[in-house]
Design a protein around this ligand. Structure first.
Ligand SMILES: NC(=O)c1ccc[n+]([C@@H]2O[C@H](COP(=O)([O-])OP(=O)(O)OC[C@H]3O[C@@H](n4cnc5c(N)ncnc54)[C@H](OP(=O)(O)O)[C@@H]3O)[C@@H](O)[C@H]2O)c1
Length: 282
């Protein structure tokens, strides 16, 4: 088992690496971090638990860094079995959206896109590729007048990247509300991540048994979520949340699905609401 998790020096990512190391003690599990010091500290913390992750430097905002990490895996192993694109930029309720949207989109959306492009060609037969998104990543979170931006049956990843850049421009210009975008920048970004998974799923060759999916870990107690929620009903620790994410990431070879879906607690969340756009106000 060769696996890699991005944004794994803390939060959910660290728990995912811990779980993979526990389940595959003979595997090579790469703990991806964008900062060498924070990555080493996280690796040491897991080594102190008797686990053996390998550090890898990977900044998902940087094309070259992502390509170099993929090259390292290719040189050492020739392929990979599990990739979890988990890294995400933090946003704060105290900072104007216009000041944080660009880095948010670049990390969460273009970062997932970079991971799909760099690691997609390295996936072994029956590999699993996950993008950690959220239950906000369905069209239900968006006014139907904007649904055409996420025409996942026809658009390319490049088209999607343009949609997300245009969205960031609208937020920066203070026009996003007028255009119908929601007031929180998280849902459009999560919809973009799920759309990327759906586009890659459409483009990839299913015959090799590879599964690509987006996953919602639920509400997880991390530094990223604390500023945003007051109702902590059902909140999970990172280790608790990792269980269902890792179930999806390690579905046995021969499993036919889910494929190209958003999955939460082992169930598919439909991307397009079943009642269709006509049921919503535009
Ligand atoms: N927490 C929740 O309730 C919740 C709910 C739904 C979905 N999610 C999703 O779950 C995932 C993990 O979230 P979390 O709560 O664990 O967040 P977190 O504690 O903020 O961890 C995010 C990780 O991403 C890393 N990161 C940020 N920018 C990066 C970059 N450019 N390149 C590489 N790594 C980068 C961070 O590294 P640094 O330490 O260097 O900043 C950190 O390790 C995210 O995709 C998030 O959207 C979380």
């Amino acid at each position: 088992m060769i696996a890699l998790v991005t944004g794994a020096n803390q939060g959910l990512g660290l728990a995912l690496v811990r779980g993979l190391c526990q389940s595959f003690p003979d595997g090579t599990i790469y703990l991806g971090a964008r900062d060498e010091g924070r990555g080493s500290a996280a690796v040491e913390s897991l080594r102190a638990e008797g686990l053996a992750p390998e550090p890898v430097l990977i900044d998902v905002q940087d094309d070259r860094s992502v390509r170099e990490a993929a090259q390292l895996v290719a040189d050492r192993h020739g392929g990979i079995d599990v990739v979890i694109s988990n890294a995400a930029a933090r946003i704060s309720p105290d900072v104007p959206d216009s000041e944080q949207v660009r880095a948010f989109v670049d990390t969460n959306n273009h970062g997932a896109h970079r991971m799909i492009e760099a690691f997609g060609p390295l996936l072994n037969d029956a590999a699993r590729f996950l993008v950690v998104a959220s239950s906000f990543g369905t069209l239900d979170s968006l006014s139907p007048r904007l649904w055409h931006h996420f025409d996942v049956d026809h658009m390319t990843l490049r088209d999607l990247a343009q949609v997300m850049d245009d969205y960031a421009t609208e937020v920066e210009a203070g026009r996003a509300g007028e255009a119908g975008w929601p007031s929180w920048i998280n849902p459009p970004s999560k919809i973009g991540q799920v759309a990327a998974v759906k586009i890659a799923a459409r483009e990839w060759d299913r015959r090799r048994g590879i599964l690509i999916n987006a996953v919602c870990p639920g509400l997880v107690d991390t530094e990223a979520s604390r500023p945003w929620f007051t109702d902590w009903t059902g909140v999970l620790t990172p280790d608790e949340a990792a269980v269902d994410v890792l179930w999806l990431a390690t579905l046995p070879a021969g499993t036919q699905g889910p494929y190209g879906e958003l999955v939460q607690r082992r169930k598919v969340l439909p991307f397009r609401p079943e009642h269709g756009p006509d049921a919503k106000d535009s």
